[in-house]
Write a new protein. Sequence first.
Length: 451
Amino acid sequence: MSSNPVAETVASLMPRAKAELTELVAFKSVADFDQYARSESEGAANWIADALRSEGFEDVALLDTPDGTQSVYGFLPGPEGAKTVLLYAHYDVQPPLDEAAWATPPFDLVERDGRWYGRGSADCKGGVIMHLLALRALKANGGVPVHVKVIVEGSEEQGTGGLERYAEEHPELLTADTIVIGDAGNFRAGLPTVTATLRGMTLVRVQVDTLEGNLHSGQFGGAAPDALAALIRLLDSLRDRDGSTTVDGLDAASVWDGLQYEDQAFREDAKVLDGVELIGSGTVADRLWARPSVTVLGIDCPPVVGATPSVQAGARALVSLRVPPGVDAGEATKLLQAHIEAHTPWGARVTTEQIGQGQAFRADTSSPAYASMAAAMAVAYPGQEMQSSGMGGSIPLCNTLASLYPETEILLIGLSEPEAQIHAVNESVSPDELERLSVSEALFLQNYAAS
C-alpha cells in the first residue's frame, strides 16, 4: 500500500483490531434462540454499544426490533453542514454447523496461514471492526469530515426482517446522503470490488402428507404412497437435467454483462470435487447474479441410524429460492408455491408456508459516491482499478433502505471474498483485506465530504 497517513494509522491499529475481533467473535451470537442463548447476542450488542460510546458516538441505543432481536445504533456528529453517511454491519452469525469439522473452535479467533479463523470473522463482525478502524484513522488525521450514523443488525442471517420493519416504522432514524453496507466482499482477495446487485430470496417450508401414520414397508410398501418419495420427486422437479432451476413461469434465461467469473476459478473457490460437474447453463456469472437459483436447505426425515422399515406418512423440507434484480420476490414466492402444488405426485396433500422473504437490489454505480470510493480504493489497492460485480446472496435491508430513501446512494463493500468461506466451516478473514478496506472506507469518507 502506498504511503498515506490514513493507511499508516490503520496499519498501526491492526493489533488492536485483532484483539477486538477476538472478543467479538467469542460471542455465540446466532439469532436462533432455540439453539443459542439470547445472552450471547445481547453480549455482542452491548460490546458494540460500548465501542461506539468510547469513540464519542451520541444517542447510542439498543433498538428492540419486531423480531425479538436488538440492533445497535449510534450517531457521531461531524462538522456543521456536512453530509451524513450511514455505516451498516451485522453482529449475528450463522451457526457453526459441524463444530468437529472446524480446525479450531469456531468461536475462538485463531491465526493460521496468514488468516484469522472464526465464525463471523468475515461475515460480518469483521465489518464492525472495519468501520471502527476507518473512523479511528480519520480521528487521528484531522477528524471525521461527515456526520456518521452506525447501525449494526442483530438478525440479518435469520432473514426475519426485524431491522427492516423497525426502519419502516422509524424512517427518520437511518436517513443519510450515502449508505455504506459493510456486508459484501471483493470478487477475490486483493481486487477492490463494489457489489452492484444482490439477489432477492424467499424461504418456503413444504409439508407433504399421504397416510394417517407410518406403515410397515414389507406389508404395505409398493402400493402405499410414501410421503418422503413424493417430497423427493417434487423437489427434483425444481431442477432441469443440467441442474438449472426450473420454477414454472419464472424467467431463468437472463445474462450478466459485467465482470465475469471463469469456470475454473469458480471450481477452485467453491472447492468442487474432481470430476464433479458444475450445474446450470450460461456463464457462471449468469447463474450466480442474473438467474434464479433454488436450494433445498433441509429435509425432515428419519436419519439412517435408527431407521425402521417404514413407509413414511409425512415429510417436510425447507426450500430457498434466490431471485435476481428485476424479479419481485413476492411474485416468485407465488410461482414457487404454485409449482410445488402442481408437481406433487400421487395426489399427496401438500402445504407450503412462506417463512422469509427479501427483495433483490441494484445500485446506481454512476453516482458521485461511487467515484469517491473508486478513488479511495485506488490508493488502498495500488495498481488496481475498482470493479463492480454481483452477489448471489441477499441483504434484504438494502431494498428496504432504497425504498425508504430513494435519493440516497448505497455502496456495498466488505470482507466476504471467496477464501473467507462464509457460512461454511473454517470461516476466516484476511487481515490484509481488513486493513485495505478500512483504509478504503476512511479515504472514501474524506473524498465524499469534499465532493
